[in-house]
Design a protein around this ligand. Structure first.
Ligand SMILES: Cc1cc2nc3c(=O)[nH]c(=O)nc-3n(C[C@H](O)[C@H](O)[C@H](O)COP(=O)(O)OP(=O)(O)OC[C@H]3O[C@@H](n4cnc5c(N)ncnc54)[C@H](O)[C@@H]3O)c2cc1C
Length: 408
């Protein structure tokens, strides 16, 4: 098959790799807007702190050359002609395809006036992160404002603080990472951030990013303005789908895909942050923009493009904070539980969210070893009422499941 992959992020490069492996006589063109080899965004912070390259270029800088993938860097797709079966590049070139993988990922955003001002920086790609850190290294930045308190914004705030920048995080909700953490777990993260010099302004509404001609601060709902050398818009992530505007491919927040990760147009699949796939538990479409979903979807999407018939079990919500110094893991959801079990001692915290006697989510801080057990119980939809509060006590583990199964 003559295949084209849009994007060389974790989803794109994994899809390209799968296509080469399953169809050695076919051809694969992989396109990226960026001038870099395929890289892993979760390694960005480590890369800018330590300079290490191996975790960043996770498949090796030469992955495309090695696998016979035709990599075209600095090539932005601006449209898709689904009738002619061609992608259209910004320089006017057309590339024909028999099969197409959309893996164009997402960027940070904040839907408010001024978000498109010059100088509002992103930390979602190596290109935008390099721009940001060039300014920091050249001494242009002594203060930074991060609008939004999602996990990428929090990771960036720690990194900037470690580099000596005075960082303020502005968040609408009164606790951190509201989509990922509950207020109790957030308290642990807040204490660490504050101790590491990050200033938190939570429960504060940012109305607009302001500055002329470049962004220089944020206007708050109380009418005051907070100024800084650097503004990062990070209330959420927005899939890169603008190039699909004039195509027949159905989109919502991201690209709509079915349980085979096919789009509304035959022979075109999507994977990763750009795909709005069904949630594994609720079945509702959602963009769960995390690495494990991207690399789980990509091989399925690529194999199906070549004629396989593999179902995708659904995207999961699962997050861990790497740079906090205190391990924190969050899985599933905290939405509408009918019971919450919690255990806290000496900095260790475990909270398990239950609905209809089953685990729908769990949050762990400090000792996170039980995360795998909770995830397994959640995925298998095991009724857990019989364990009572033991479920969150230290030592609860797989052995308890075995004892329970054999009735001892
Ligand atoms: C700082 C940071 C830390 C993170 N930490 C974690 C973590 O700890 N755990 C976790 O699970 N997830 C983490 N993530 C999220 C994770 O990186 C993403 O879920 C993952 O990168 C998604 O992969 P993707 O290939 O779908 O998209 P992306 O990585 O966004 O890659 C998109 C690709 O598409 C290309 N592209 C975009 N538009 C076009 C176009 N028009 N034409 C051509 N090419 C285009 C881009 O150049 C890029 O190559 C983190 C992200 C960041 C930024």
């Amino acid at each position: 098959m003559r295949a084209v992959v849009i994007g060389t992020g974790p989803a794109g490069i994994t899809a390209a790799e799968t296509l080469r492996r399953l169809d050695p006589s076919g051809s694969v063109v992989a396109l990226s807007t960026e001038p870099f080899p395929p890289y892993s965004p979760p390694a960005l912070a480590d890369h800018f702190l330590t300079g290490r390259e191996a975790p960043l270029y996770w498949k090796g800088r030469d992955v495309c050359e090695r696998l016979g993938i035709e990599e075209r860097r600095s090539s932005q797709v601006v449209g898709i002609d689904t009738d002619a079966r061609e992608v259209v590049l910004a320089d006017g070139a057309h590339i024909g395809f028999e099969g197409l993988v959309l893996a164009s990922g997402s960027r940070l955003h904040a839907p408010m006036p001024g978000a498109d001002l010059a100088g509002v920086l992103d930390f979602k790609s190596l290109q935008t992160a390099t721009e940001l850190f060039t300014r920091v290294r050249e001494g242009e930045v002594s203060s930074a404002l991060i609008v939004g308190n999602g996990f990428i914004g929090i990771e960036l705030s720690l990194l900037l603080a470690d580099l000596g920048v005075a960082v303020t995080v502005i968040g609408r909700r009164t606790w951190l990472m509201p989509r990922v953490l509950d207020p109790t777990t957030s308290r642990i993260a807040e204490a660490v951030l504050t101790a590491r010099g990050v200033s938190l302004r939570l429960g504060v509404e940012a109305e607009a990013i302001v500055g002329d001609p470049r962004a220089s601060g944020v206007l708050l709902a109380d009418g005051s303005t907070v100024s800084a050398d650097l503004v990062v818009a990070a209330t959420g992530v927005k899939p890169h789908i603008e190039y699909l505007d004039d195509s027949d491919i159905t989109t919502g927040w991201g690209v709509h895909v079915d349980e085979r990760l096919s789009t509304s147009v035959p022979g075109i699949v999507a994977a990763g942050d750009v795909a709005e796939a069904a949630d594994r538990f609720t079945g509702e479409r959602y963009v769960h923009a995390i690495f494990p979903n991207a690399v789980a979807q990509a091989p399925i999407a690529a194999a199906n493009l070549l004629g396989a018939d593999l179902g995708y079990e659904g995207a999961e919500s699962m997050n861990s904070l790497k740079h906090l110094g205190v391990p924190i893991v969050s899985i599933g959801t905290t939405d509408s539980p009918d019971d919450v079990l919690r255990w806290e001692e000496g900095g260790d915290l475990r909270s398990v969210y239950l609905r209809d006697d089953r685990i729908i989510g769990a949050q762990l801080a400090g000792d996170i070893r039980a995360a795998g057990v909770y995830r397994s119980l959640m995925l298998r939809r095991v009724r857990v009422g019989r364990f009572g509060s033991r479920l969150v006590e230290p030592g609860f583990g797989t052995a308890d499941l075995t004892y329970d199964a054999i009735g001892v």
